[in-house]
Design a protein around this ligand. Structure first.
Ligand SMILES: Nc1ncnc2c1ncn2[C@@H]1O[C@H](COP(=O)(O)OP(=O)(O)OP(=O)(O)O)[C@@H](O)[C@H]1O
Length: 241
């Protein structure tokens, strides 16, 4: 298996506080890694560093071999990122926002239009294409963010809580989409929904206080008959005690 994401000793401090502490793992093509942890564990900070939104204090990562610190533009080209929350530019319509993002990615003319159309169709946004983003429900805003991450068909996807705010049907659709894309990509998704890990992830990484506490397949984590919930609590409460 080829590792498309290689994270080595990734660390981020805010003043004297260490939010991400020496995190190391790799993700190969075909893997969907669930990134789990309690609030404040360091998931979003790790993902923001991978996406080039924030510099590490120490360590680094490579996206398809491109170092996020030394070659940030080349690394970003290989990666689609769904940040936490809603897309910026709330006054833009869905189609204008996605066309704007596609232009930033370097697409023009019919290729740009095609890419926007495909991303909208994959995330079921056609019905709201002309609607300003600020008037959409939380679930639809999440899907606009997801569409933006898919525009350039990147081999690596880093998705921060992709199903947050979606209703059960929409959650199902997004999980299906992730499963469908998985064979060709390396995907990291953060989630608070433990069932999601069993539903879409080939591997789960549990993090608390910035440190990786477990890295195993969902089946390995629950091998001794405990539920994913119990495993999560034992690891993360144990750490907090
Ligand atoms: N810009 C910042 N300045 C100071 N502290 C920060 C900053 N960003 C994050 N932190 C802190 O770093 C820690 C990790 O935050 P992070 O958002 O990465 O956690 P998380 O695991 O994504 O949490 P959640 O599940 O709530 O989204 C938290 O204690 C947070 O308050």
């Amino acid at each position: 298996m080829t590792a498309l994401i290689e994270i080595e000793g990734l660390t981020r401090k805010f003043g004297s506080f260490t939010a991400v502490d020496d995190v190391t793992f790799s993700v190969a093509r075909g893997e969907v890694v669930g990134f789990l942890g309690p609030n404040g564990a360091g998931k979003s900070t790790t993902m923001r560093m991978l996406a080039g939104f924030m510099l590490p204090s120490a360590g680094t990562a490579r996206i398809c071999g491109q170092d996020i610190v030394e070659k940030p533009i080349a690394a970003k080209r290989e990666l689609g990122f769904l940040p936490e929350g809603a897309p910026t530019y709330p006054e833009m319509s869905v189609i204008d926002f996605l066309s704007f993002c596609a232009r930033i990615r370097g697409f023009r003319g019919s290729e740009m239009d095609d890419r926007v159309a495909i991303a909208m169709s994959r995330t079921q946004l056609d019905g709201v294409r002309l609607q300003p983003i600020e008037t959409l429900s939380k679930g639809f805003k999440r899907r606009v963010g997801l569409a933006q991450a898919l525009l350039h068909s990147p081999p690596v996807l880093v998705l921060d809580e992709p199903t947050d705010g979606l209703d059960p049907n929409q959650k199902h659709e997004v999980r299906e989409l992730i499963r469908e894309m998985a064979p060709e990509k390396a995907i990291i998704i953060s989630t608070h929904i433990l069932e999601e890990v069993a539903a879409v992830c080939t591997r789960a990484i549990i993090i608390a206080r910035g440190r990786v506490l477990a890295d195993a397949t969902p089946a390995e984590l629950v091998r001794d008959g405990r539920s994913m919930d119990d495993v999560f609590r034992a690891l993360t409460l144990g750490e907090a005690a």
